[in-house]
Every structure is written in C-alpha cells, then in structure tokens.
Design a protein around this ligand. Sequence first.
Ligand SMILES: Nc1ncnc2c1ncn2[C@@H]1O[C@H](COP(=O)(O)OP(=O)(O)O)[C@@H](O)[C@H]1O
Ligand SMILES: N[C@@H](CCC(=O)OP(=O)(O)O)C(=O)O
Length: 374
Amino acid sequence: MDKKRIVVKIGSSSLTNAKGEIDKAKFNDHIEAIVAAREAGHELILVSSGAVAAGFTKLGYPVRPVTLKGKQAAAAVGQSLLIQSYMKELEPYGIFPAQILLTRNDFSKKDRYRNAYSTISELLSRGVLPIINENDTVSVEELTFGDNDMLSALVSGLMHADQLIILTDINGLYDSNPRVNPSAKRLDILDDITEEMLSFASGAGSSVGTGGMKSKLIAAKTALSLGVKVFIGRGQGRIKILQILQGDGDGTYIGKQFLTSVKNQKQWISLHSSVSGKLFVDEGAETALLTKGSSLLPAGIFGVDGVFEKGDVVEVFGRRGLLGRGEVLYSADEIRKLMGKRREELERERVFFTNEVIHRNQWVQLYEGGDKDV
Ligand SMILES: Nc1ncnc2c1ncn2[C@@H]1O[C@H](COP(=O)(O)OP(=O)(O)O)[C@@H](O)[C@H]1O
Ligand SMILES: N[C@@H](CCC(=O)OP(=O)(O)O)C(=O)O
C-alpha cells in the first residue's frame, strides 16, 4: 500500500461517554488503530474533539454546558485530561504526541497559516503525532470553526493530506437520520456533496456531539474543494484505519476518485475477467449480498472450489444458484482456513488484514430474480 498522509478526526461521541468521562475502551481502540496505521508507514495527524465532553463534570455541570464561557471552561479542563490520556496510552508504543490548538484566525492570516504548516511538517518529520483541537478558551463566537469537522477539513487542506477520515458514532451518511427513520439507507460512495445530500442530514446523535452529519458534509465539501477525498464513518479494532484506506471501511466514501475506481473495477469484473473458482455461501451471506449491498465475509462461506489467488475473480453460489462474481482478497487456500469464522475469532488470531473475502466494490451481482424464486 502507498504511504499516505492522513488526517483523522475523532468526534466527542467516539471518545467520551454521556457522563462526561473519557471512555477507556473507545479511546484505546483508537490508539491501537493509530499505532497500526503508523506502523504501516502512514503519516497521521489527529484532530481530536472531546475537550468539553471530558471536562464538564469536573466543573460540576450535570450536562454539556451550552454557554460560551461554560464550554470554554470545560474545554480548558478537558483538554489537559485528553492530552494526558493520549500521552499515557501512546507511550508504550514509543509515540510522542504534540498538542496544537488552533483558531480560525490561524487559517485566515497568511503568516500564521505558514507557521502552522511548518510546525506540523517539522513534527511529522520527527515522528511526533500532532493532535489538534480548536483553541476553545480564546475562540470568540465569530472566530470559532463551529465544530471540529470544519477544523479537520481545513487542516487536511493545509497539510495537503491524501485523505480525511472523519470517525464518528455512525457508519456513514444515510438518506435520512437513521436514529429517527429505521429504514434509512446508507450511501456508500458519493462523488460530491449536493444540496439534496445536505437536506438528508440533521443534528448531533448524542448529548456530547455537536453539529451532527450536516456539519460533516459541509466539512467534506470544503475538503473536496481543497483536493482532499473524505471518508465518514466508524470502525472497530486495530485495523480500522487501514481498512478505511483500503476501501473496506464501514462508512461513506466521498470523492470522484472513489467512484471512478469502483466503476473501473466493476467493469473489469463483469466484462473482462475469466473465472478462476467458486465459493458457496450460506443463506445469511446470500441475503446480505443480494439485498443489503454488503461485502462477503468469511463467516458466510462454507465451500471453496478450484485453485485461485488473491485478485482472481470467482463465482459465488447460494440457494438461488449463481449469485454473482467478485474479486477475492484471499487465495483459495487462505479462504479454506478462514471460512465459517467470525470477525472476532479472526481478529484474536490476527490472521487477516481485511475482514472481507469479496468487497462490495469488487462484486457484480448476476442473479436477477426476486425472493419468490427461493
Ligand atoms: N442523514 C444522516 N445520516 C447519518 N447520521 C445522521 C444523519 N442525520 C443526522 N445524523 C446524526 O449525526 C450524528 C453524528 O454527528 P455528531 O453527533 O455531531 O458526532 P461527532 O461527535 O462524531 O461529531 C449521528 O449519530 C446521527 O444521529
Ligand atoms: N473543541 C471542541 C470540539 C467540539 C466538537 O466539534 O465536537 P464534535 O462534534 O464531537 O467533533 C471540544 O474539544 O470539545
């Protein structure tokens, strides 16, 4: 995989709980993913929210404060708690973090902009992990970013990042807020943010998040305009950032490059490829492939036929017969070892780099019948 420069934005809801504490399990999951991405050679810049959310209970507020001075006071306390946690949890991996607090002025004044670029570049070249947040204590209303989504978009432009990853508590953009409408559908890949998409998105999903999906889409639009492609979603475990970079993330990918690459891959699979083998899948996997637009996971496979390598195209059969064809991310021998196993089991054994055997972007459905055929 190419070495990439990535800005990862982590929202308050993905770092803290509703009681206003840093959530150790969530926090350490991010740490492991950051370490894995750096070990793979990528350069990471973190934009971390959570200062207000981690600080407000220490000041005696029962819930996240709404006044500017309340938020600023809470952020002053919470920011040090956050950085303390980052330092403590990164130390065993030999990673040193640097705290950078920015205001909007730092992006509108040329000399400040240049200085921010030079400082962050110097930190990266010395192997330090820059951790950025808004300088809440000195930001006055008209100079705030509104939220860290926009801050992360501007940072990704400033640092010429290859990709902006916005990690949140939901797996991407839906065509309406899924917390209100359970039948909302997830949008997997977008080439741009349109007015219609902005109209799908509403406010925050938790008592600690701000801005909701709308602010992420506005930020994504800004990042795209600065030449940076975007992922919005979530993930779990140490390989989550790597999975996102490989196109296997659980969320919405935004950028023309994503759409073109998926179109090209699908075209190649359906038109040019010869088939090297067969996979046989159970009912759950069949339903997931045909009706949910899911990827094919090891747990749903019960049979492998043929000799093939990673990158070959195979046919997939279920109860309905031939379901489709796709490019495999593992060889036939590897799939024989993985099949029937669930993600947790594989993760414990650390035997895989990606959880999918066939990614949804490398899958072409051939079955055209309805449910009545079953
Ligand atoms: N169309 C939509 N698709 C997905 N999420 C949406 C949508 N509209 C609103 N949301 C809400 O946006 C929330 C994420 O934003 P937010 O709470 O600000 O998170 P963070 O703390 O990560 O910045 C989700 O939990 C969800 O409730
Ligand atoms: N600077 C604030 C950021 C608030 C914010 O944007 O939060 P979120 O919507 O969770 O990214 C803090 O650290 O609490």
